[in-house]
Ligand binder design. Structure first.
Ligand SMILES: Nc1ncnc2c1ncn2[C@@H]1O[C@H](COP(=O)(O)OP(=O)(O)OP(=O)(O)O)[C@@H](O)[C@H]1O
Ligand SMILES: [Mg+2]
Length: 234
């Protein structure tokens, strides 16, 4: 289980995440929602040990170990993966090279190249294309595939549906639900409220670096007016 308590994190003198607490239990899908610039990416990057930002105070605990101060590589070794906002692909590496960077193409255990190509047939068709040649949707699929290849137990997804066509958003939702069936936990940052409510067990809302509201998706579904107001959705 991931437990973040009273996290403060930011850039230089600017503290962006200001006392946020959140937890993700095993096999749970948790959505983190909030308007642009509220600190969601800063929060996710802080968990993954990516800098900037710099964590100032608070605790981040994963299966009773502290993650604070560990490098992203060490955190990935503890089975936490990230689908970063903006995807962060390598323009000159092929689809296959992105997927096999951390695991051999011949690997037979856990997530394999064939299994990724099975859930994203489009990536199989593009296996020799380079990162810089992919469409926005293909880049999104590749970022999810790359995260799965470390056989994570927790995936931090920062707006994975950004740039995806509606049919692909639905496909991604069904993939996330399938992952949960396998026991994987997901922390999902989403702009799309309906997509978040469709897959998440629980929802947190972040406003200027603080969690201002949280509850089960069912509770949230019963108070969509609060959500609309908080998220500026009309
Ligand atoms: N590298 C950086 N250096 C300085 N300030 C930053 C940096 N990255 C983000 N910020 C600032 O931190 C605040 C929160 O940004 P963050 O990217 O965490 O928001 P977000 O909730 O993920 O927004 P979005 O929904 O647009 O992705 C913003 O005011 C942003 O300008
Ligand atoms: Mg963001």
């Amino acid at each position: 289980m991931l437990e973040v308590k009273d996290l403060h994190s930011g850039y230089g003198d600017a503290i962006v995440v200001r006392g946020a607490s959140l937890e993700v239990r095993p096999g749970e899908i948790v959505a983190l929602l909030g308007r642009n610039g509220m600190g969601k990416t800063t929060f996710i990057r802080s968990i993954m040990g990516l800098t900037p930002p710099q964590v100032r105070s608070g605790t981040i605990t994963w299966r009773s170990d502290s993650l604070i101060g560990l490098r992203p590589h060490d955190i990935a070794n503890r089975k936490i993966a990230i689908v970063p906002q903006g995807r962060r692909l390598f323009p000159s590496l092929t689809v296959t090279e992105h997927l096999t960077m951390l695991k051999s193409a011949r690997a037979k255990d856990g997530w394999t190249l064939d299994r990724i190509f099975g859930i994203f047939p489009r990536l199989a068709e593009r296996r020799y294309h380079r990162g810089g040649q992919l469409s926005g949707g293909e880049r999104g699929m590749l970022a999810v595939g790359r995260a799965l290849m470390i056989d994570p137990e927790l995936i931090l997804m920062d707006e994975p549906s950004e740039g995806l066509a509606p049919v692909m958003v639905q496909h991604l939702e069904s993939i996330i639900l399938d992952l949960r069936k396998e026991g994987l936990s997901v922390l999902l940052v989403e702009q799309n409220l309906y997509s978040a409510l469709a897959v998440a067990d629980r929802v947190y809302i972040m406003e200027t670096g603080q969690i201002v509201h949280h509850g089960t998706s069912q509770e949230m579904n019963e108070q969509t007016d609060v959500l609309f107001q908080r998220l500026g959705v009309h």
